[in-house]
Design a protein around this ligand. Structure first.
Ligand SMILES: [Zn+2]
Ligand SMILES: [Zn+2]
Length: 100
């Protein structure tokens, strides 16, 4: 199956939003991207990192929201997590991998 994708139209930005797995019928990748913080205007798509002024994404990584590079960091509220450099998405490690 081909996964749909939305890319950031800002110059030099490598951000990509991949179609979420298990997207419910009737919902588009576009909808999911908007919910994740992507904006869609006359100039095209803008990734959450660029919207927040933290873009463009220059290095790809594992961020589910923009495919930007992430760093391991201890966050005050969620413990050890993967934090996106660009959009700031915090992805806590799965339960069982740490002290949980
Ligand atoms: Zn961008
Ligand atoms: Zn991100």
């Amino acid at each position: 199956m081909m996964r749909d994708a939305v890319t950031c139209d800002r110059e030099d930005c490598l951000a990509v939003f991949l179609e979420p797995l298990g997207l419910p019928e009737g919902r588009t990748t576009e909808d999911a991207a908007r919910e994740a913080g992507w904006e869609h205007g006359e100039a095209g798509h803008t990734c959450p990192g660029c919207v927040a002024g933290r873009g463009p994404v220059l290095e790809r990584g594992e961020c589910e929201r923009c495919l930007g590079a992430t760093v391991d960091r201890t966050t005050p509220d969620q413990g050890e997590a993967n934090v996106c450099h660009y959009c700031g998405r915090v992805a806590p490690y799965p339960p069982g991998s740490g002290e949980w």
